[in-house]
Design a binder for this molecule. Structure first.
Ligand SMILES: Nc1ncnc2c1ncn2[C@@H]1O[C@H](COP(=O)(O)OP(=O)(O)OP(=O)(O)O)[C@@H](O)[C@H]1O
Length: 296
């Protein structure tokens, strides 16, 4: 009999994940020879410990049910373990960048089908200093926006809560800049920048083509750095973000690398998979095909 460990954040997104997961378990347990154990997270760090427990106790799969923060913690727990259990993601957060890009279903019917099919893909995992990430590390203007939205507002308005907050913050933050020192394979940049993004997939912050050529298993990050320029040009660049054309603009640096280090003279706190990380300097490297992920 296979055994699955469900690690779920009951407070994520619109707080529907728990009921969904129970219904999925009910569907699955009727037809399949599987046992399921549930662990609800209560605070930051719980999903890391739960995932480590899943790996050390020989579970066949860890199902992380929550937003990008919970997924990130499950990835950290697995990557810190000598024996790496497979990961499944039931996205129940507000934005769900990684899961959306991977076309991971969130409906009960489609998620149950995915669990029954048991198809997996190896996916790259990023490491920033000593912390792992599955989707993105970013720093600079606008990266605080998800953290300024109160949890209750996200529960009611979902992703629209982020859009309201963005509309409030863009007029002020568009004038910001950070002195960045960037070193990656064969490239050194010293520039005033508005924001940088180091990503494993094209989708970041709800923008589906932030790093349009990124691939989840190519052993490379896609890096995009928005150089400081006047607000009108910046708005023109932002307009191109829907199609991914922003990366062709001369004030936007876009390249691929497997390693990158970023430092700043200014106080700069980075964001890791949508959660607050730590201050620069950061060294970022990739673990090619570091985790086995259940996919549709
Ligand atoms: N029971 C809980 N109540 C409140 N906070 C929790 C609980 N369990 C975990 N957390 C914290 O909530 C953080 C964010 O959770 P998660 O990303 O799953 O949901 P979300 O913030 O609603 O989704 P999104 O990041 O997509 O907006 C976790 O990293 C963790 O620190």
């Amino acid at each position: 009999m296979e055994k699955y460990l469900v690690v779920y954040n009951p407070s994520s997104g619109k707080e529907m994940g728990q009921q969904k997961m129970f219904q999925i378990a009910k569907n699955l347990l009727t037809d399949e020879d599987i046992s399921m154990t549930f662990i609800a997270t209560k605070k930051k760090g719980d999903a890391i410990e739960a995932a480590k427990h899943g790996c050390s106790e020989g579970y066949d799969m860890i199902i992380a049910c929550g937003g990008d923060g919970t997924i990130n913690e499950a990835v950290n727990g697995i990557m810190q373990s000598p024996s790496k259990t497979k990961l499944a993601i039931l996205p129940t957060g507000t934005i769900n960048d990684f899961a959306t890009y991977m076309r991971i279903p969130s409906s009960i019917k489609e998620f149950t089908k995915m669990l029954k099919n048991k198809k997996t893909n190896m996916v790259d995992v990023g490491k920033v200093n000593d912390q792992y990430f599955i989707n993105v590390v970013s720093g600079g203007a606008f990266t605080n926006i998800p953290h300024e939205v109160p949890s209750d507002t996200k529960t009611i308005f979902g992703k629209y809560a982020y859009y309201f907050q963005a509309a409030l913050e863009i007029p002020n933050q568009i004038y910001k800049s950070y002195n960045l020192k960037v070193e990656s394979e064969g490239k050194t940049l010293n520039l005033e920048a508005l924001v940088f993004v180091v990503s494993n997939t094209p989708s970041t912050g709800g923008f589906k083509k932030m790093t349009p050529d990124a691939k989840f298993n190519d052993g490379l990050f896609d890096v995009v750095i928005f150089e400081k320029t006047n607000p009108l040009i910046m708005l023109e660049i932002f307009t191109g973000m829907a199609s991914g054309d922003h990366v062709k603009h001369p004030k936007v640096h876009y390249f691929k690398t497997s390693e990158i280090s970023i430092d700043s003279d200014d106080e700069l706190t980075i964001d890791i998979d949508g959660e607050y990380g730590f201050k620069t300097p950061v060294n970022i490297s990739i673990i090619n095909e570091g985790i086995e992920l259940l996919v549709p």
